[in-house]
Each structure stands twice: as structure tokens, then as C-alpha cells.
Design a protein around this ligand. Structure first.
Ligand code: NCD
Ligand code: ZN
Length: 339
């Protein structure tokens, strides 16, 4: 019998489910294999109100149909959110996502300065109400240096609000990994693609638009640092796919949109990667255990049975091209058991 691997209640702690037609096209890919996900709020009109959070969650639930899947909702950070507003939202959201203005897809309404005074009111209220802060940590400097340049901002915020849980989203650098050790209240999500590729894979040969994302994949030494903490399921890191679908036409064009669609192959490829490095016993903590503890959540129970058996990845999912399209990967999802 082929080798099997059981994953209990896998969670995706950073996911773009989009809206409208795209939501209908891709939601089930995550809802099938994960038991829940932190849903990003960067819709064309960002999710900034209670009504918008509730209505978006409804649309997600409709799109996923019968699948057992919890969308953990987030709000798009604004520095004028006050305590009363956040209190009224607390039951409806799991975190708030902060984007620097204009740094990535649909982030134009984000934050344009990081002085503590401007952010004080909202961050103090979040800290008091125990609402975690997720940050897309990039400056608008040179593209390869943006994340490392943001590390001092993470550190200033972590020091100013020591009780606030700050999640450094989709980290790509050794500098971010090292910052985890310096502040008790800093945590991180790590994507599949940043564990697998470097800038060489994106632009070292022919340009690969389906591997283009923000933050851009970096240097081999950065990937090594990420692999080191992911493969041992360091208690402060968790899996967040940052699966970010765009229509094929928006990727294969002059002016390619940033984002890699990994949802349909994420768990299979994580199994392949962890097996290759002899770390399969740590995969459960990386994709579930750590997130449960960091976010204090009790996810829905679902068991994903992975089997080592070659599988050719589809060319597209309703017109959205996944990572590893047309390539053969080592694991399949054999079965998903609700329980
Ligand atoms: C994301 C998207 O398309 O929404 N793109 C990406 O390259 N990761 C936004 C983000 O997380 O930066
Ligand atoms: Zn993202």
C-alpha cells in the first residue's frame, strides 16, 4: 500500500479568497483540504466595516457550499478605528490586517506612515481587546530590501505594544526570522512558495509570471532561514499560503499581477517538501498546531489523508493557473474525513 500521511485540521493562516466570480471559481479549492483560513480583506473595495465583514463572510459560506471550512475574517486596518468600533467587531473578526499604502494588490487605502502616535489609538485598542495585528511588512524601497527595511518598524511596534500579537505576514528573509527571537509578541506566517523558490526561479531564466508575488522571493540564504524554522515547526511560525489567484490574462500579460495560486496543491507539496527534509513529523504543527496556539482558536475537525502517489497538476482551475501547473508532484489528497 502506498505511504499515507494524516493531517488533522490543517489551517491556512493567510489566504486570498477574492469576491464575485473569482470567489466562486476558487473557494472550494481551499475549503476542500483546509478546515479554515484567515481570509485577507484586500478586496477591490477593502473590508473596513462590520457590515462588509458580515456580508463577505456570508458570500464565502455560500461559495464553499457543503464543505466544512471556517473563514476567519479580518478587517482592513485604518488608523482611525476606535475602541467602541472594535468592540462591536470583535465577535466577527479574528485579526486586523495592516497594509502599507500601495505596496501590493488593492492596498491603496493602507497606512502611509508608521509613527506610533498616529497608530496609537487603534493599536492600543487592539491590544486591550486582544485582537491580533497581521502586517504586510514592506517599505517602498528597493524591491529586494523592502522587507528587511521594514524589520525595524516591526520591532518598534512590538516594543510599543508588548501585549499586542503581531504577525509578520509571508516572511521571506533571514532578517525577519531573526526578529522573531528578539520580541516575544512577534510571530510569522510562511508560504509554500517562499520555502521552495528564490528570485532565480522567477527571473533567473525565462521570466515566470506565475511565480511572481509580493514579497518577491529572495536569496538562497533567506530561503534556508525560512526552511530552518518551518521544518522544525518553530513555535512562532505557522503556514499561511498567501494563495492569491488572478485570472490567467492578468498574469500572462505585460504588467503581470502579483500573486501565486497555490491552494489546490499546498498540502500535497508541503508533504513532499517535509518528507524530502526528513521532517514529516513536524508538518502537523506547522499547518495546524502552532496556529491554534498562537491565535487561540479551536478549529473544525477534519482529517486530510495524503498518499504518496504521482499526480499531474491541472493546467488551470476555472481559468486560474496554479503553481506547478502541468508538473508531476509526489502526493495526492486521497480522502478528506470530516472528523
Ligand atoms: C496578494 C494579492 O494578490 O492579493 N498578492 C501577492 O503577491 N501576495 C497580496 C499580498 O499578499 O501581497
Ligand atoms: Zn497575501
Amino acid at each position: 500500500m502506498p505511504q499515507q500521511l494524516l493531517l488533522h485540521s490543517p489551517l491556512d493562516m493567510h489566504l486570498h479568497l477574492r469576491d464575485g466570480e473569482m470567489l466562486q471559481k476558487i473557494a472550494k479549492e481551499s475549503a476542500y483540504s483546509f478546515c479554515g483560513a484567515i481570509v485577507m480583506p484586500n478586496l477591490t473595495t477593502p473590508v473596513t466595516t462590520k457590515e462588509a465583514v458580515i456580508a463577505y463572510k456570508e458570500r464565502i459560506k455560500e461559495a464553499i457550499g457543503e464543505e466544512k471550512f471556517e473563514p476567519y475574517m479580518t478587517l482592513f486596518f485604518k488608523s482611525d478605528f476606535d475602541r467602541t468600533f472594535l468592540e462591536s467587531l470583535k465577535a466577527h473578526i479574528t485579526a486586523i490586517k495592516l497594509y502599507p499604502a500601495g505596496i501590493t494588490t488593492n492596498s491603496f487605502g493602507g497606512v502611509s506612515g508608521f509613527d506610533i502616535q498616529t497608530l496609537q489609538k487603534t493599536l492600543q485598542a487592539m491590544s486591550d481587546l486582544e485582537i491580533p495585528l497581521c502586517i504586510h511588512g514592506e517599505t517602498n524601497g528597493f524591491v529586494m530590501d523592502r522587507e528587511a527595511e521594514f524589520v525595524p518598524i516591526y520591532e518598534r511596534l512590538a516594543t510599543a505594544f508588548p501585549k499586542l500579537k503581531i504577525i509578520m505576514e509571508h516572511i521571506t528573509t533571514k532578517a525577519s526570522v531573526e526578529a522573531l527571537e528578539r520580541h516575544e509578541n512577534l510571530y510569522a506566517t510562511i508560504t509554500l512558495h517562499h520555502l521552495l523558490i528564490t528570485l532565480d526561479d522567477v527571473a533567473g531564466g525565462l521570466l515566470r509570471p506565475h511565480l511572481f508575488c509580493k514579497p518577491i522571493a529572495k536569496h538562497p540564504k533567506d530561503r534556508e532561514a525560512l526552511l530552518d524554522v518551518a521544518l522544525k515547526a518553530h513555535p512562532k511560525v505557522m503556514f499561511g499560503s498567501d494563495s492569491a489567484p488572478h485570472p490567467k490574462e492578468a498574469k500572462e500579460t505585460c504588467g503581470c499581477a502579483a500573486g501565486i495560486f497555490t491552494a489546490p496543491i499546498a498540502l500535497q507539496m508541503l508533504a513532499e517538501l517535509f518528507e524530502k527534509h526528513g521532517s514529516l513529523e513536524k508538518l502537523g504543527d506547522f499547518v495546524s498546531g502552532n496556529a491554534k496556539r498562537i491565535y487561540s482558536i479551536t478549529p473544525l475537525s477534519k482529517t486530510v489523508v495524503l498518499e504518496k502517489s504521482p499526480f499531474r497538476v491541472r493546467e488551470h482551475y476555472n481559468g486560474v493557473v496554479p503553481m506547478f501547473a502541468n508538473e508531476t508532484i509526489a502526493y495526492i489528497i486521497k480522502e478528506v474525513i470530516n472528523g
